[in-house]
Design a protein around this ligand. Structure first.
Ligand code: CUK
Ligand code: CUA
Length: 624
């Protein structure tokens, strides 16, 4: 009888037996300091009961000369960069530096990129988790990608014409932006979840009063990248996704206790997911119902706020099992799926019922029991959801409609489970964030690779596994392992026809700085400053040498006058910390001080022709 004790975490309709609770206890430990440890996968770190790919059908081979069908955009976590990976081959095509500096491209070395990083907060790193493609009509429009920096409370934008970071916003009042999404269907805002509670403003006052800390939700304009407004809420915000109609943003949240240590943060048995009513918030801002902090309108969305009392609260608080993780909204926008993390369930919220319901329990449409450690959910567009199970190291496939019809806590909706290696976080299927997902392939981003690759010292890569799902009619099939340098969190896939990357720069975009061969030369711009202009082409710089004076501030502008795709030249100056790439028709500038008299060989870093080694120039610094 003891086995059947109700340990339902205070949730009506969800009854967990004691055995489940014990497992959940182990799970909680594993989620903390010993994620994926021996207890779960075999004491020696071996595979335990994991299966190997059957190799029975789906091929992910892309023959030489063929292109992948999909672009995959991977966040790079605390590496600060994004990675572009072709699906289904899993070949890494390129990387896009965002919050980091990058020697290969010169991002963070050239004047423009330095300025971007400087004005974007001046940090040398960031922790990007959630890449989002801009949408028009609920579909990817190929214009931009937006990504958060969890470390420093920033949002960056990547221009998908040139695959380059073109804006970084250091959002005021926020220390960490974790969840990040665009407001579907037309990218009205880029939305961010402030994860770390802090005093508002965080200026040293109230530092010792955690009860006065606050967590913020932010809206950034996708064009100007300026912060529009913020909403103050109770508890810590985690992940966010939006409905498909531009009204609701649903954020998972934890620490409703508002504690500052783990014991305190896990004391209660529930947390509150937040449903942000975007038009209602806009109305509050328009009505002047806000406090301005560091120039940003901050609307009060806490539970006690008067803005939450009337008929149309700006934020609805919906109780869920303790410490949920991700929120993903399904393709038709009917439900938000909130993965339980500590609870073995996924809570489905009925977004169509949200507006009119006064009882938060009423909007819970289903709560299937999927397995231990549910973190993230993705979709094939044919009525199935796939949830990653961090503790079980599995992907659970389940039937969405069956989950609505089943009792809460039922396992009946589960169709199948696929072992993955090991400890999956995000999983993502093709175009799963649009209103019309493509199915076929799913990638499980596993945190640990353990025995799956050649040992490379103590810091092993993650393991991104490619799984064939078809249109949901077949069993999942594990097809490929793909090592990933630390540490991707999430990815998003767009069909190649939706991205229109330019092959050379458009000269018109850079008219003011464009240099022709005739322009090449040295111009003294001040007593201690010179402007050096120089072209690059195969296989020479526009100047065989140039002379400056010791102590001069040198502005060096280079235009690659090639018109041919793929012919990049690099400009490297030894002992001056200068190295950057210039793509066809592009101009890059760098400013530095010539401190040490001598001769410095400028050389090209890209192997551009048979005479690449001879492609050189000399900087002569004359003693003062
Ligand atoms: S989070 Cu990392 S696994 Cu930042 Cu989306 Cu869930
Ligand atoms: Cu130009 Cu090598």
């Amino acid at each position: 009888a003891a086995e059947e004790d109700d340990l339902s975490l205070g949730l009506p309709g969800l009854s967990l037996g004691r055995r489940d609770f014990m497992k959940a206890g182990v799970a909680a430990g594993a989620m903390g300091s010993v994620a994926g440890c021996s207890a779960l996968t075999g004491g020696d770190g071996s595979a335990g009961s994991q299966s190997t790919p059957s190799g029975s059908g789906a091929s992910h081979t892309v023959e030489p000369g063929e292109h992948d069908e999909y672009y995959g955009f991977w966040s790079g976590g605390h590496s600060g960069e994004l990675r572009v990976i072709g699906i289904p081959s899993m070949r890494e095509v390129t990387r896009i530096p965002v919050f980091n500096t990058d020697c290969a491209t010169g991002y963070g070395f050239t004047d423009g990129s330095k300025e971007l990083l400087e004005e974007g907060g001046g940090y040398s790193w960031g922790d990007n988790h959630h890449p989002n493609l801009s949408e028009t009509d609920g579909d990817y429009d190929g214009e931009y990608l937006y990504v958060n920096d969890k470390a420093n409370g920033r949002i960056a934008r990547v221009n998908l014409t040139y695959f380059e970071t073109d804006a970084i916003t250091d959002v005021p009042n926020m220390q960490a932006i974790h969840g990040c999404t665009i407001l579907s269907p037309d990218t009205k805002y880029v939305l961010g979840n402030g994860e770390f509670r802090a005093p508002l403003p965080n200026d040293g006052t109230d530092a010792k009063n955690p009860e006065d800390y606050t967590s913020l939700f932010v809206a950034v304009d996708p064009e100007s990248m300026e912060t529009q407004w913020q909403v103050k809420v109770d508890g810590n915000l985690d992940i966010v996704d939006t409905g498909k109609e531009g009204r609701w943003a649903i954020s998972s949240a934890y620490n409703s206790e508002e504690a500052t240590d783990i014991q305190g943060m896990t004391k209660d048995d529930r947390d509150n997911v937040k449903a942000f009513d975007i038009p209602a918030i806009e109305q509050a801002v328009e009505n002047g119902n806000y406090e301005e902090v560091n120039g940003i309108p901050v609307v009060d969305g806490t539970q006690g706020s008067s803005l939450n009392q009337g008929d149309r609260p700006i934020v609805k608080y919906i109780p869920t099992p303790k410490s949920p993780h991700c929120v993903e909204v399904g393709p038709n926008g009917d439900y938000a799926f909130i993965a339980g993390k500590l609870s073995p369930t996924v809570t489905m919220l009925d977004l169509n019922a949200l507006a009119d319901s006064s009882d938060p329990e009423e909007v819970v449409a289903g709560r299937p029991r999927v397995g231990l450690g549910p973190l993230h959910t993705t979709f094939d567009g044919n009525g199935h959801a796939y949830t990653s199970l961090f503790i079980d190291s599995q992907v659970a496939k389940w039937d969405i409609q069956a989950a609505v019809e089943a009792d809460e806590g039922s396992e009946d909706p589960i169709m199948e489970k696929q072992d993955v290696h090991y400890n999956p976080g995000h999983i993502q299927a093709l175009e799963a964030m649009t209103t019309d997902p493509d199915g076929e392939w799913l990638v499980s981003l596993n945190k640990l690779s353990k025995d799956r690759f050649l040992p490379v010292g103590p810091i092993m890569p993650d393991n991104d596994q490619l799984i064939h799902i078809g249109q949901g009619e077949k069993e999942m099939e594990l097809v490929a392992d793909h090592p990933a340098y630390p540490e991707p969190h999430d990815c998003v896939f767009a069909h190649k026809d939706k991205i229109d990357a330019k092959k050379v720069y458009d000269k018109n975009d850079y008219e003011e700085t464009y240099i022709t061969e005739e322009d090449s030369g040295v111009e003294r711009t001040g007593e201690n400053s010179v402007h050096v202009k120089m072209t690059t082409k195969r296989s020479e710089f526009g100047l065989p040498d140039f002379t400056v004076q010791e102590g001069d501030e040198v502005k060096l502008s280079t235009t690659n006058i090639e018109g041919v795709q793929d012919i990049i030249h690099g400009v490297a100056i030894p002992e001056h910390d200068i190295n950057y790439a210039v793509a066809p028709q592009d101009t890059r500038e760098v400013t530095f001080t010539a401190d040490d008299p001598g001769v410095y060989w400028i050389y090209c870093t890209y192997f551009c022709s048979a005479l690449h080694l001879e492609m050189r120039s000399r900087m002569i610094v004359e003693p003062a």
